[in-house]
Design a protein around this ligand. Structure first.
Ligand code: 5AD
Length: 356
C-alpha cells in the first residue's frame, strides 16, 4: 500500500489522486504528513501569487431565503431571524466605502430572495459596474434558470459563487430538503461556467453525514469542474436549525483540506473563509499559511451584520470596514503577507483572455 507521504508527493506532482487514494490519505494522515502537506501547499500558493492576498468586499444584501437547508441560520423556517433587504442606495454606499478602502471586487451575497426581481438585481449590477468599471462584481445568490444567469452576466457580473455543498447524493439529501437536488446544483454550476462566469464551488467540513468517502467525492467533483475558486469552511451549528446539536467541523481538517485543494488545483483562488475565522481566533491566518490566498471582509452595514447569521458566533466585530481592513493588514503583516491592490481575477481566466 502507498504511504501517506507518497500520496502527498503524488498529489504535488500529478495534481490527482483516485477516490481510494483520497480516502487513504484522509483516514491515515499523521502530524508529520500534515507538515509536509502544508509546506508544499504554502510553497505552491506563493509560487502562484507571491505573498499577496486578494481581498473581496462581502455585501450581505438580503437574508430572505425561500430554501430550508437544515444547516443554515437564514433558512425559511427560522422564524426568529429578523429579515432585511438592502436598497440599491445602501449597496452603493457599501461599494463607495469599499472602493475608498481599496476593494476592487464586490461580492453581493444573499439568500434566494423571491422579493428581489431578477431585473432589479441586473440594474444593481449595472449600476455598480457603471460607477466602478475597474471592479469585479461577484454574485452569490443561489440557484437560478440559465436565462437568468445569462441576464446577470449580460448586466456585467463577472463571477458567481455557488458551493456544491456535497457531491454525494445521499449526503446532499441529509443537508437539504426537497425540492433541492444535487443534480440541479451541479447543472447550475455547469451553466455558470458555460456562460463565462468565473465560478466558485465548495463545501463545509464536518457537516452532518459527511464521511471520508463523501469528501473524496467532493475533491473529485472539484477536479472535474475546475472552478476558479473553492470555498471551504467548517460546519458551525446554528441554534435555530435542526442541526443545532451537531458538533462543529474541525479547524485542523479544514486546514488539511485547504492544502489538499491547493495541491490539486494550484491556480485556484482559495479563500480563508469567515467560518474558519469564526471557528478559531487566528483561523484566517492559519488558512493562508495552509495555502489560501483570498480573504473576504464584510462590507455590510453594521446594522445588518448580526442578522446575517448563517451559524452561531459568526464574526461580526463592531469594527467599521476601515478598522477591519487596518486590522487585516496588521495580521497579514505579522505572518509576512500583504494585501494585493489587484482585483484578483482567476489566473485561468487571465490566461484565456490573453489567448482570445
Ligand atoms: N456553518 C458553516 N457554513 C455554513 N454555510 C451556511 N450555513 C453554514 C453553517 N451552519 C455556508 C454554506 C453556504 C455559504 C454561503 O455558507 O456552505 O454555501
Amino acid at each position: 500500500m502507498t504511504g501517506t507521504k507518497e500520496l502527498i508527493e503524488q498529489l504535488h506532482i500529478s495534481h490527482h489522486l483516485s477516490h481510494a487514494q483520497w480516502c487513504t490519505l484522509l483516514e491515515t494522515h499523521a502530524p508529520n504528513d500534515d507538515r509536509l502537506l502544508t509546506d508544499l501547499a504554502r510553497e505552491t500558493a506563493q509560487a502562484q501569487f507571491g505573498k499577496k492576498i486578494y481581498i473581496r468586499g462581502l455585501i450581505e444584501f438580503t437574508n430572505y431565503c425561500k430554501n430550508d437547508c437544515y444547516y443554515c441560520g437564514i433558512r425559511r423556517s427560522n422564524r426568529h431571524a429578523q429579515r432585511y433587504r438592502l436598497s440599491q442606495e445602501d449597496i452603493l454606499a457599501c461599494c463607495k466605502e469599499g472602493y475608498t478602502l481599496g476593494f476592487r471586487t464586490f461580492v453581493l451575497q444573499g439568500g434566494e430572495d423571491v422579493g428581489i426581481p431578477d431585473a432589479m438585481l441586473c440594474r444593481m449590477i449595472a449600476a455598480i459596474k457603471q460607477l466602478y468599471p475597474d471592479c469585479a462584481v461577484t454574485l452569490s445568490v443561489g440557484e437560478r434558470e440559465h436565462a437568468v444567469y445569462q441576464s446577470f452576466f449580460d448586466a456585467g457580473a463577472d463571477r458567481f459563487l455557488l458551493r456544491h455543498e456535497t457531491a454525494n447524493d445521499v449526503h446532499y439529501r441529509t443537508l437539504h430538503p426537497a425540492p433541492l437536488s444535487l443534480e440541479h446544483r451541479k447543472a447550475c454550476l455547469w451553466d455558470l461556467k458555460s456562460i463565462g462566469f468565473q465560478v466558485g464551488a465548495g463545501f463545509m467540513v464536518g457537516s452532518p453525514g459527511q464521511t471520508y468517502e463523501t469528501i473524496a467525492e467532493d475533491l473529485l467533483f472539484l477536479q472535474e469542474l475546475q472552478p476558479h475558486m473553492v470555498g471551504i469552511g467548517p460546519f458551525l451549528p446554528h441554534c435555530e436549525t435542526p442541526f443545532r446539536d451537531y458538533p462543529a467541523g474541525s479547524v485542523e481538517t479544514t486546514l488539511f483540506l485547504l492544502s489538499c485543494v491547493r495541491l490539486m488545483l494550484p491556480h485556484v483562488l482559495l479563500p480563508a473563509t469567515t467560518a474558519l475565522g469564526s471557528a478559531s481566533a487566528n483561523g484566517r491566518e492559519q488558512g493562508i499559511l495552509a495555502g489560501a490566498n483570498v480573504v473576504m471582509p464584510n462590507l455590510s452595514p453594521l446594522s445588518v451584520r448580526k442578522k446575517y447569521m448563517l451559524y452561531d458566533n459568526k464574526i461580526c466585530t463592531g469594527d467599521e470596514s476601515a478598522q477591519a481592513v487596518a486590522h487585516l493588514k496588521q495580521s497579514l503583516a505579522a505572518i509576512g503577507y500583504e494585501l494585493s491592490a489587484d482585483r484578483g481575477d482567476s489566473p485561468l481566466m487571465q490566461a484565456q483572455k490573453k489567448e482570445s
